[in-house]
Design a protein around this ligand. Structure first.
Ligand code: F6P
Length: 545
């Protein structure tokens, strides 16, 4: 089944949600909790080592029922099956969307045009295992016979953000190999990294699905030149590996076929860390941890595929986000992990979510008349509390936030972890309850102040509260739980795309950027400047002077 092409605002559920919103928009979370003592239990989902408490949302049972009805009217269940079974749901690029096949079990059968792709996936996984183990153990050595000490991932977008985020997230599990990520076409970025490297002991992994991306090819070429200042042409075979669908271009670049890891066009760049794009993950945390990451994602896939919508974590989180985006008109969503290990998680999800659902044309090719993709941002707590939480607490905008925390820390420092988690719980409680005028007055009184003296301060200390949050509490940050967490958000993206009637797996907006830069580069490099508006023209002239 192709995905439906129904405008969600024409469904029965949408009209009911519209009136329901009018009736309930002024309800407060505080009162919702007072009126239902079982609310927390009712709106909490437990799955494996995850607990997802979504009770601090401006919803009641009817809201949830209507959102689920919306998903059903838009054929979400059928769409989920269509995606998992390899149907060509990425219609504008004529492709299946099967990142889930990358973490399938060996016995699974997933066919594209009648051919089971799982054996191919496993053949590449085996190549990743053998290669990473030989580098880690030192059986594969550099051109002067020394063991490798550093790995550099050269890629951008999905060929950088996923591996970079996971390598940072799994730092606790890391081996002796030092990892680096070169992404920006900014030569200063590349040359700063080169300063830290020894060509004799560095492995370079060029990651580019298309192998045509300007940033990656420029960086790879500069790095190859630098390498050849120290070594010979034939040494490239020992120090460069590549991950791509474009084997021809890799050969042109000069990387030995032994070090080439294929990927497939049925994997989108931003969903590709599970493929050989994650080679630098396997290299720096070891293959077993890489495989556990994939298994954790596979468990979430099964949950998403097999659990009824009302108990389905990605579905519920997606629908709640739609509730705020389309009815409350919230523009952004914050993602706040309470672990420093997930410091790159929001940046990673910015690509995943915004590149997927930042669309304004529906699946039938019409401009949409409702809001789609949310703006994603965030930083780890508690740092973010001292940066932008002021605006979430007392600003004028409604910012739903996901709080992600862990029951156990990895280094086992209980004192630190208790303080971290005290902040985690306190913030969601404060965002919900706020602080009333009476509470502020009480606080002043107990601090020995007379209300007359502090009257002018009271309005500034009042918090309206009623700010929605989801709490995702996980036992421990392990490769497996990380895999499940990432997959959760991947599926949330899909559900939202289905409901918004947009294609989540293409990215024409970014493709445009690639073409534009090419034309301007010609203008910079040649003496003639082509036609531009007067602003761009004078900027180019000034730059070239
Ligand atoms: O950012 C646009 C994009 O096409 C992403 O989807 C992709 O992850 C990135 O460019 C890099 O592309 P490639 O892996 O082909 O170099």
């Amino acid at each position: 089944m192709a995905l439906t092409k129904i405008n969600p605002t024409t469904t029965k559920a949408w009209s009911k949600l519209t009136s329901h919103f009018e009736q309930t928009k002024n309800q407060t979370l505080k009162n919702l909790f007072i009126s239902d003592p079982n609310r927390a239990e009712k709106f909490t989902l437990k799955w494996k080592d995850f607990l997802v408490d979504f009770s601090k949302n401006r919803i009641n049972q009817e809201t949830l029922d209507l959102l689920l009805q919306l998903a059903k009217e838009l054929k979400l269940e059928e769409s989920i099956s269509a995606q998992f079974s390899g149907e060509i749901i990425n219609e504008t690029e004529g492709r299946s969307v099967l990142h889930t096949a990358l973490r399938a079990k060996k016995k699974d059968v997933i066919a594209i045009e009648g051919e089971n792709i799982v054996p191919e996936v496993y053949a590449v996984k085996e190549k990743i295992r053998a290669f990473s183990e030989s580098i880690i153990s030192g059986t594969k050595k550099g051109y002067t016979g020394k063991k490798f000490t550093d790995v550099v991932n050269i890629g951008i977008g999905g060929s950088d953000l996923g591996p970079a985020m996971v390598v940072e997230a799994l730092k606790y599990y890391k081996n002796h190999l030092k990892s680096h990520f070169v992404s920006n076409v900014d030569g200063d970025h590349t040359h700063e990294i080169l300063k830290e490297l020894d060509p004799e002991t560095t492995l370079f992994v060029v990651v580019s699905k298309t192998f045509t991306t300007q940033e990656t090819l420029s960086n790879a070429t500069t790095i190859k030149k630098w390498f050849l200042n120290h070594a010979n042409q034939e040494d490239i075979a020992k120090h460069f590996a590549a991950v791509s669908t474009n084997t021809e271009k890799i050969a042109e670049f000069g990387i030995s076929s032994e070090n080439v890891f294929p990927m497939w066009d049925w994997v989108g760049g931003r969903f590709s860390l599970w493929s050989a794009v994650g080679l630098s993950i396997a290299l720096t945390v070891g293959y077993k941890n890489f495989d556990d990451l994939l298994s954790g994602a596979n468990e979430m896939d099964l949950h998403f595929k097999e659990t009824e919508l009302s108990e389905n974590i990605p579905v519920i989180l997606a629908l709640l986000s739609i509730w705020y985006n389309n009815f409350y008109k919230a523009e952004t969503e914050a993602i706040i992990p309470y672990t420093q290990y997930l410091s790159r998680f929001s940046a990673y999800l910015q690509q995943g979510i915004m590149e997927s659902n930042g669309k304004s044309v529906d699946r039938a090719g019409n401009r949409i008349n409702y809001e789609s993709g949310t703006i994603i941002w965030g930083e780890p707590g508690t740092n973010s509390q001292h940066a932008f939480f002021q605006l979430i607490h007392q600003g004028t905008k409604l910012i739903p936030a996901d709080f992600i925390g862990y029951k156990n820390s990895l280094h086992g420092d209980v004192d630190h972890h208790n303080k971290l988690m005290a902040n985690f719980f306190a913030q969601t409680e404060a965002l919900m309850n706020g602080k009333t005028k009476v509470e502020v007055e009480e606080e002043f009184k107990s601090a020995g102040k007379t209300l007359f003296d502090v009257k002018h301060l009271i309005p500034f200390k009042v918090f309206t509260g009623n700010k929605p949050t989801n709490t995702i509490l996980i036992d421990k940050l392990t490769p497996s739980s990380l895999g499940s967490l990432i997959a959760l958000y991947e599926h949330k993206i899909f559900v939202q795309g289905v409901v918004w009637n947009i294609f989540s797996y293409d990215q024409w907006g970014v493709e445009l950027g690639k073409q534009l830069a090419k034309n301007v580069l010609n203008d910079i490099q040649n003496s003639e400047i082509s036609k531009h508006d007067s602003s761009t023209l004078s900027l180019l002239q000034y730059f070239k002077k």
